[in-house]
Write a protein of this length. Structure first.
Length: 328
């Protein structure tokens, strides 16, 4: 039973891996053919009824690569096409091209019959690159809106939801209030089963990323009929270290000081097929205002070197029995 089945059946049993003997970690998207808990004892618990400014360009380059870092345990996912019920996934990010961090996952679920939406908070009008020759302002915002539409088409997902707030200004009170309203509306209208966004680290530490994460979480936790589960995308500290070593061996350095997450806090690892990685590469190529041809080639080359590609996530909240003591 995958995560969508669990969320669409009010009394479904969710399967968890015990962590440190007491805290349950959900293994969403697990396959019956995989030892998802790596030999650990599995625990079944009953779930409550449920109803259905920009990221730095080098950060996007790294996220497109890190999805394939070797050494991560990969959890296979049952296909969605065999399910009768419609499922919806909503990814919410700050800027056009941020979706590259989860692009293969989006492509996979769209290919398997899930309705996949991408909401982008800002217009990206300040993401100036010299090679593109497009000045900051409305012209660049229009260019990046077109690139976002191209990217979604390449991934096989729904057209982008362009919220259009000012790039690099998510900290302004008016923009935060407007974003709260938009996220609330999207939850009510789309009724997503799964939501994916940045973790509190924002990957690159970008203020827009962190505010998007904070507001999506704020709305989720205060919505009576919240989406089934909220996941944060993240990249393992250990995997980033391996990538850094590989780059240093080639005489290169890590292009960005990333905010990473220890692997033990990323229990959800979603494998994807080569065709999904290729769809993400085509999606990345749409963002020509942000990348030179050489940069795109470098990203693609690193993706081929790094095997066992997977997108790593962590759940925002895990249901458990009441905890009455902080210390055992």
């Amino acid at each position: 039973m995958d995560v969508y089945e669990k969320l669409s059946h009010p009394l479904a049993l969710a399967v968890f891996c015990p962590l440190n003997g007491r805290t349950a970690i959900p293994l969403a998207f697990r396959s019956r053919n995989v030892e998802a808990c790596s030999g650990q004892r599995t625990t079944s618990i009953r779930r409550k009824p449920m109803t259905g400014g920009r990221m730095l360009r080098v950060g996007a380059m790294v996220t497109a690569t890190l999805s394939g870092v070797a050494g991560l345990a990969v959890v296979a996912v049952p296909t969605a096409s065999s399910q009768d019920e419609s499922r919806t996934l909503l990814a919410i990010f700050a800027h056009p091209d941020d979706e590259t961090s989860v692009g293969p996952l989006l492509a996979r679920y769209a290919r398997e019959g899930v309705t996949v939406h991408l909401a982008i908070a800002t217009d990206g009008q300040k993401g100036v690159r010299e090679h593109a020759g497009v000045p900051a302002g409305e012209k660049l915002a229009t260019k990046r809106a077109g690139e976002a539409r191209c990217a979604c088409e390449a991934l096989g997902i729904e057209p982008p939801i362009l919220i259009g707030l000012e790039d690099g200004a998510m900290e302004e009170e008016a923009n935060k209030a407007a974003f709260v309203q938009e996220v609330t509306r999207l939850f009510a209208e789309l009724k997503p089963d799964v939501v994916i966004t940045w973790g509190p680290d924002g990957l690159s530490g970008h203020t827009d990323h962190r505010i998007v994460s904070s507001i999506v979480t704020e709305v989720y936790q205060d919505t009576e009929t919240a989406p089934g589960q909220l996941y944060y995308v993240g990249f393992a500290t250990e995997s980033v270290a391996k990538l850094t070593q590989m780059l240093e061996a080639q005489g290169r350095g890590m292009p960005l000081a990333m905010r990473t997450v220890r692997e033990r806090y990323l229990p959800v690892r979603i494998a994807y097929e080569e065709q999904d990685g290729e769809a993400n590469a085509r999606s990345l190529a749409c963002h020509e205002s942000q990348y030179t041809a050489e940069e795109m080639a470098a990203v693609s080359g690193l993706g081929k070197v790094l095997q066992r590609q997977a997108v790593t996530l962590r759940p925002w909240f895990v249901e458990s029995d009441p905890i009455t003591e902080l210390f055992e």
